[in-house]
Design a protein around this ligand. Structure first.
Ligand SMILES: [Zn+2]
Length: 379
């Protein structure tokens, strides 16, 4: 994969092959389908956001468009397409006039894309799920809150799993099984024997292997129809903004507070939802931070970042192997709800589970007006 060079000018139009190569950049361009809903049954380019041409002006309005997980900034690469390349050219031209100089239109639209034999994903609200997908997701399709439209949303969803450990393992397995179309799993560790008591993504013969790569192998075997990306590096302040920007939801299974606070601050800034979980011995906690929809963030919950070494890690305190299994699967459920736009999110509520007592309770987390991270944002 090549890195995107933000200094090169962007052509007004790209042909299908050029567009496909552009979409392979890291981070990929934002991709917008400007056709009408009824036209999407023939399929969409994987990862595209549907914003009909007449709604394009809402991209630049302060509230942004509801289909966008975060606003588009003027310096981001944006690829727009329609059926034949006429409406997308108009949208591109208008956006350039508004200062979005890195917009390009797909010349010839979906017709040219098809003509070049490039792949399409199922469109929302369509009966376009292929026969295998119909069967694979059959138990989803009969749920009113999911159905074909919801399954198509999952298939176009992009989730960043930070940490392929106790929480990330069950979460990623269920997200892959559910057909979340793109999952990036970020972890710079290697599999150790002591992980196997709870990190159900790995097998004994994978000891010593990169967790991210071993996880990708397991997840691809479970569901070869989705895209799994292994990110076998440490998530740092340098790489996290791009990583987060490339996904709709972040599932936080990090093993240290430093990373969690950094992710929190970036997700508040980028208005990206974080599904948060943590475990300690027989206990587990879970909540959702969703700055775009208001509600508190991690710094509202913990105004002071715990001093280094003051929190016992799994290695020191121990954890019952099933606890991250319970919390991680609820994290997967919350992530799926966000992608579907269904149900009552755990935003603003902290679920506290004590397996030793057999107690499940929840408390409200107030948003702190003086929060260092989200206090400046209204919500
Ligand atoms: Zn906050």
């Amino acid at each position: 994969m090549e890195n995107s060079n933000q200094s090169d000018p962007v052509a007004l139009e790209l042909d299908a092959e050029q567009a496909a190569r552009w979409l392979d950049l890291v981070p990929p361009p934002r991709l917008i389908d400007v056709r009408e809903l009824a036209e999407l049954h023939s399929g969409i380019v994987s990862g595209a956001i549907h914003i009909p041409l007449r709604e394009i002006p809402s991209i630049v309005s302060p509230g942004s468009h509801p289909h966008l997980s975060r606003p588009i900034s003027c310096d981001e690469n944006v690829l727009i397409y329609c059926a034949k390349g006429i409406r997308s050219y108009e949208a591109m031209h208008w956006l350039r006039q508004q200062g979005y100089q890195r917009c390009a239109s797909l010349r010839g639209g979906i017709e040219a894309w098809n003509g070049a034999d490039l792949p399409l994903a199922a469109g929302p609200g369509s009966d376009h799920l292929n026969r295998d997908d119909q069967e694979r997701y059959a138990r989803h399709l009969t749920i009113p809150e999911v159905g074909e439209e919801g399954q198509a949303k999952l298939l176009s969803g992009r989730v960043l799993v930070i940490g392929g450990g106790g929480l990330g393992s069950p979460a990623a397995l269920y997200l892959a099984a559910a057909g979340v179309g793109h999952i990036t799993i970020a972890d710079d560790d290697v599999v150790e024997l002591s992980n196997l008591q709870r990190q159900v993504l790995y097998r004994t013969d994978q000891i010593g292997h990169s967790k991210a790569e071993a996880a990708a192998k397991t997840l691809s075997a479970l569901n070869p129809t989705i895209e799994i990306v292994a990110f076998p590096e440490r998530v740092t302040g340098a790489n996290a903004p791009h990583l987060i920007g490339d996904h709709d939801v972040v599932l936080d299974g990090a093993d240290n507070f430093e990373t969690r606070f950094m992710i929190n601050d970036l997700c508040v800034a980028q208005q990206t939802a974080v599904v948060h979980g943590s475990v300690y011995r027989f206990e587990g906690q879970l909540t959702v931070f969703d700055p775009a929809r208001g509600g508190p963030c991690l710094r509202c919950l913990h105004p002071q970042s715990p001093a280094e070494g003051s929190c016992a890690s799994c290695a020191e305190a121990g954890v019952l192997g099933v606890m991250p299994g319970i919390i991680g699967t609820i994290q997967a459920a919350e992530t799926i709800k966000i992608l579907l736009g269904q149900g009552d999110s755990m935003r603003g509520r902290l679920l506290l589970i004590d397996a030793l007592k057999g107690s499940f309770r929840q408390i409200e987390i107030p948003k702190r007006p003086d929060c260092l991270s989200c206090g400046h944002y209204r919500g």
